[in-house]
Write a protein that binds this ligand. Structure first.
Ligand SMILES: *[C@@H]1O[C@H](CO)[C@@H](O)[C@H](O)[C@H]1NC(C)=O
Ligand SMILES: *[C@@H]1O[C@H](CO)[C@@H](O)[C@H](O)[C@H]1NC(C)=O
Ligand SMILES: *[C@@H]1O[C@H](CO)[C@@H](O)[C@H](O)[C@H]1NC(C)=O
Ligand SMILES: *[C@@H]1O[C@H](CO)[C@@H](O)[C@H](O)[C@H]1NC(C)=O
Ligand SMILES: *[C@@H]1O[C@H](CO)[C@@H](O)[C@H](O)[C@H]1NC(C)=O
Length: 257
């Protein structure tokens, strides 16, 4: 009887020891094996994680991939290079993987714009917050026109696309233009919309006089916000309004469980 009891106590102690060992081991792997840098992005941390890292790293909703030394965000419209992650204003700056720096003939693979129906992709929202104001990224619309348009709003792209085959823009006889924040009424009937892309919200349209300048901004990337999801994760529920306090703390107003 006594022998039995000693044996049970022994067993329990052993179990406890194993449990402790296991815990300290998983803490060690968590610390050592979460990749925090890939290419130009050197601040990958919670809630972001890299594909292939241990499950304990970051949050699976914020998974990024590291491919050929580039941090890639896979959104439903396409794949994007991650240019910058901000943990103070909860934004991520991304650019379509078709865009090459300094090569204005390179072109976004996917058309993308912030219309109300595509206001949100996965956990990312189109507008970012700055001191409580919502900043929206301007849209670049690529137009294929059957005649030359003489208007300051239409930026000629021929210096970049001349000689480059843009198979999807049947511009053999027409001309291809770029327009910032085109509205339906500002698009001439001779033109059809071929593609849409986005540029940073702080860019002033009057500073973009050439298509090369527009391309530079597309390649620099536009911001999406991950504030809403960060709020949901922190406050465990849906927030009507998430705000960033001057101390960088996030605040949830109007919470629904
Ligand atoms: C990856 O990118 C980093 C930062 O841009 C650079 O320092 C490093 O040399 C690159 N490595 C490779 C293998 O290209
Ligand atoms: C620039 O981009 C175009 C279109 O993708 C490509 O055909 C061309 O080879 C690129 N030029 C350079 C120098 O990489
Ligand atoms: C977020 O931070 C980055 C880097 O400091 C800055 O470039 C960007 O303008 C900021 N965006 C907002 C919406 O505050
Ligand atoms: C473009 O449109 C957005 C959304 O309507 C607006 O917030 C932004 O100020 C406009 N930008 C320019 C450069 O006209
Ligand atoms: C052209 O359109 C096809 C089909 O819509 C698409 O698969 C292809 O990627 C497009 N090419 C370019 C250069 O946009």
């Amino acid at each position: 009887m006594l022998k039995n009891r000693v044996f049970v106590i022994y067993l329990l102690l052993l179990l406890l020891l194993l449990l402790l060992l296991h815990q300290s081991f998983s803490i060690a792997t968590e610390k050592n094996q979460c990749t925090n840098s890939c290419g130009e992005i050197s601040n990958i941390k919670y809630p972001f994680r890299l594909k292939g890292d241990p499950k304990s790293c970051g949050n699976h909703r914020f998974e990024l991939a590291c491919i050929n030394n580039h941090t890639i965000l896979d959104l439903y419209p396409g794949k994007y290079y991650v240019r910058y992650i901000s943990y103070t204003n909860y934004t991520i700056r991304i650019a379509d993987v078709g865009l090459q720096d300094g090569n204005c003939s390179s072109f976004p693979r996917r058309s993308l714009s912030c219309t109300p129906s595509s206001y949100e992709w996965k956990w990312y929202m189109c507008s970012s917050q700055l001191y409580g104001n919502h900043m929206s990224s301007p849209t670049v619309t690529i137009l294929d026109c059957t005649k030359a348009i003489d208007s300051g709003l239409y930026v000629d792209t021929s210096s970049c696309f001349d000689g480059v085959e843009l198979s999807n823009f049947s511009s053999t006889r027409g001309r291809v233009y770029a327009m910032i924040n085109a509205s339906v009424s500002s698009v001439e009937t001779a033109c059809t919309i071929k593609h849409m892309a986005m540029i940073p919200w702080w860019v002033n349209r009057n500073d973009l006089r050439s298509y090369a300048q527009i391309h530079e901004q597309m390649s620099y990337g536009f911001e999406l916000s991950w504030l809403q999801k960060a709020c949901q994760m922190k406050f465990k529920g849906w927030c009507m309004l998430c705000t960033i306090k001057p101390t960088n703390q996030i605040c949830c107003e109007g919470k629904y469980l």
